[in-house]
Design a protein around this ligand. Structure first.
Ligand code: SF4
Ligand SMILES: [Zn+2]
Length: 346
């Protein structure tokens, strides 16, 4: 059975819960790094008809597909989602807006062209919003689409984020089932550069079927490969989402989310080598069985340090982190590759 078919079989067993199309799937405030400062951020996940790739099977770790709308939202409902989301930013004085959908903001089947222009136009008109980041698959990053977004945004900074996951075509295809190549990403990055649009790459630490060490080296190599194409790199630590193929493997004891020590080492090595890059990571679900974790004693402290590094880009905040479980992690790095994918210890 192909990997895509296996993912699709799991997808077909899930149900999307009905909910109002006038509210986004999620919205929250946080802080981020921007030009040497810590700034406020409003993240909005629009509820759309969903990712075309995810609906046909899609990525092995992705549960976002279930955040999509049961009935495709009308354009006015999508604009109402923005209005409702912005209430969460009511008290913010100056902030950045990150826009996700459960797919691609630049896909006009999810967000119609006029609606996209209206949403970006409204954000541009809000003087408190100094930057907008939108996430998309690379196939929707074209001259025409970026020009139209930049026109709508005027002076507001604009960045496109792509979930590249890894620069290895082999891993992206056979562990993640992402459905595009590194060349597709670099093409999109060139288009962004020609349009003076900043580029951010999301990477995935520890896709299926990789040992801890292979996963760590893959991200370090990927950062080297991506350095010429993206100005910001955000490393997602794989967590076990409901209704995914990753969950299927995890339930069988054939997958363990990454250790937090691995992201610490990646940040140390990559930032030293590429001081010009902004490298961030938000270890979602850190410390839980389904999320990236060390032992119970140190997971919270290590995850806090990763957050602090992401906001400040200061490697000193990662110095001095230690715990008895670090020795076990080192053993895992040595031995994990010999167990044919079965985690040595959870
Ligand atoms: S990770 Fe992105 S591209 Fe993959 S299925 Fe999910 S939304 Fe679609
Ligand atoms: Zn520990």
């Amino acid at each position: 059975m192909s990997l895509n078919k296996a993912v699709l079989e799991i997808r077909n067993r899930q149900r999307i819960k009905p909910s109002s199309n006038e509210y986004p799937a999620a919205v929250w405030r946080s802080t981020d790094h921007f030009n040497g400062e810590t700034v406020d951020t409003l993240t909005i996940i629009f509820k759309t008809s969903g990712c075309w790739w995810g609906k046909a099977g899609g990525c092995t770790m992705c549960g976002f597909v279930y955040d999509s709308a049961k009935i495709p939202p009308q354009p006015e409902e999508l604009e109402k989602q923005l209005e409702n989301a912005m209430q969460k930013g009511e008290r913010l004085e100056r902030f950045m807006v990150k826009i996700f959908t459960s797919g691609s903001f630049l896909d006009e089947k999810e967000i119609p062209v006029e609606t996209r222009k209206n949403i970006l136009g409204k954000l541009a008109a809000d003087e408190r919003v100094f930057k907008v980041i939108v996430e998309s698959r690379p196939e929707f990053v074209t001259d025409e689409i970026l020009k139209s977004c930049s026109d709508a945004l005027g002076d507001t900074s604009f960045e496109v984020a792509i979930g590249l996951e890894t620069s290895s075509d082999n891993i992206r295809k056979n562990s993640i089932n992402k459905g595009f190549t590194f060349a597709d990403f670099t093409r999109a990055a060139e288009v962004a550069k020609n349009n003076n649009v900043a580029m951010k790459a999301y990477l995935l630490l520890k896709p299926l079927f990789l040992s801890e060490k292979e996963a760590m080296e893959d991200i370090v190599n990927t950062i080297d490969d991506v350095a010429g194409y993206a100005q910001t790199i955000s490393i997602n630590l794989c967590n076990v989402q409901n209704g995914t193929y990753v969950e299927h493997m995890w339930q069988r004891g054939q997958y363990r989310p990454p250790w937090l020590w691995s992201i610490v080492e990646i940040l140390q090595r990559a930032k030293q080598k590429h001081p010009e890059l902004v490298i961030t990571s938000d270890p979602v679900g850190a410390g839980s069985k389904r999320g990236p974790h060390n032992c119970k004693k140190c997971s919270r402290d290590v995850s806090d340090a990763v957050h602090l590094f992401s906001r400040t880009q200061d490697l000193n905040v990662l110095d001095g982190l230690d715990c008895g479980c670090k020795e076990l992690w080192k053993k895992v790095l040595d031995l994990d590759g010999l167990t044919y994918g079965s985690p040595i210890r959870d």
